[in-house]
Design a protein around this ligand. Structure first.
Ligand code: PLP
Length: 362
């Protein structure tokens, strides 16, 4: 099959076609050097240009000030769940966690191995449908940091604001909505994100970290778990994911050619609206999972009347070229992931399919 289908997968997710085509053109010989990016040394001038361009692309798009370092790590966003407490939390010390979904729950679990990971908000009992208002959050005194997940990919629950830590460093897992909308980077001490949704392929994790946080890393840390050591060597303590960083560079170029983050934000909001409107106008046949004010623009989660129908929905959709709609195995239901690279026509095609399916089975 050479035709592309609509890929609603939550991650690894669909990439811009222009990026795939450029990578394809350059696969055998990058810029006429006679080798692919996967075959050149990470210490070569060719790769140096790529990693520097990827960093400056991200710096420009996200408006990252000079006192923040941009790192490319491995081990996925999941390794960050451990690296954060390893670097910033010791026995007897406290870190606040805002738990709005399955990923935040995994993050606090790792924090508790190092010190007091305190869940100052946890919506698990009510089914991970909500995000807290500022009034619902009261931070611990002397917390080393506050951690939250700006978009919970599994439940489709998203913060519509940057959390204000009131002076305490804020650390955010932005794996599934980074680059999708404008954010105030200076509100954060550290942001991290697995690349495989909006940034590039899996296997590379973006970390944006403020200099004063690097100064807090304890001495004698294991080198590859030490943010300061990684930053001091420009993410090249060991061999980085060269292919992943190359694709990030191409994605940043694609973003520039397509209006940057503010254009993405507008498009993403419009795409999500089409889907949520279809859910809300289905007379209850489709039921959105998240509270309205917490509805994710990246992962639209909903249910049908019964698991059998949900299974059938996902199967029939797949047979019509709409793939990856089955909800995460832990929660079931349907999830349509519509990141930056996902085209509006694909959302419209899904909505047409939903209307037909509702007519037949509603
Ligand atoms: C919000 C969020 N955090 C963390 C992760 C874990 O990422 P990884 O698989 O890169 O470890 C994911 C994966 O989908 C995610 O969506």
């Amino acid at each position: 099959m050479t035709e592309r289908i609509y890929n609603f997968s939550a991650g690894p997710a669909t990439l811009p076609v222009a990026v795939l085509e450029k990578a394809q053109r350059e696969l055998l010989s990058l810029n006429g050097i006679g080798m692919s990016v996967m075959e050149i040394s990470h210490r070569s001038k060719h790769f140096d240009e790529i990693i520097e361009r990827a960093k400056s692309g991200l710096r420009n798009h996200l408006n990252i000030p000079e006192n923040y370092q941009i790192l490319f790590l491995q081990g996925g966003a999941s390794l960050q769940f451990s690296m954060i407490p390893i670097n910033f939390l010791r026995e007897g010390e406290t870190a606040d966690y805002v738990v709005t979904g399955a990923w935040g729950k995994k993050a606090i679990k790792e924090a508790k191995r190092a010190g007091n990971g305190v869940a100052i908000y946890d919506s698990e009992k009510s089914g991970f449908k909500s995000v807290p208002t500022d009034d619902e959050l009261s931070y611990s005194e002397n917390a080393n940091y506050i951690h939250y997940t700006s978009n919970e990919t599994i439940e489709g629950v998203e913060f519509k604001r940057d959390l204000d830590g009131g002076g305490t460093p804020v650390i955010c897992d932005m794996s599934s909505n980074i680059l999708s909308k404008r954010i105030g980077i200076d509100k954060y001490a550290m942001i991290y994100a697995g690349a495989q949704k909006n940034i590039g392929p899996s296997g590379v994790t973006l970390v944006i970290i403020r200099d004063d946080m690097l100064a807090k890393v304890p001495k004698n840390q294991h080198t590859l778990l030490d943010y300061r050591a990684i930053a001091s060597k420009g993410s090249m303590l060991n061999t980085p994911n060269t292919w992943g960083i190359y694709i990030i560079d191409l994605v940043c170029q694609w973003l520039s050619e397509n209006g940057g983050i503010s254009a993405m934000e507008e498009r993403n909001e419009a795409k999500a609206k089409i889907l949520y409107d279809a859910i809300d106008s289905s007379d209850g046949f489709y039921r959105g999972h998240a509270d309205r004010n917490a509805r994710s623009f990246m992962n639209v989660t909903f249910n049908l009347p019964g698991e059998d129908l949900e299974k059938r929905f996902a199967e029939e959709a797949t047979s019509q070229g709409l793939d990856g709609l089955k909800g995460h195995r832990s929660v079931g239901g349907i999830r349509a992931s519509i990141y930056n690279a996902f085209p509006k026509e694909g959302v419209q095609t899904l909505v047409d399919f939903m209307e037909d399916f509702c007519k037949t089975h509603g």
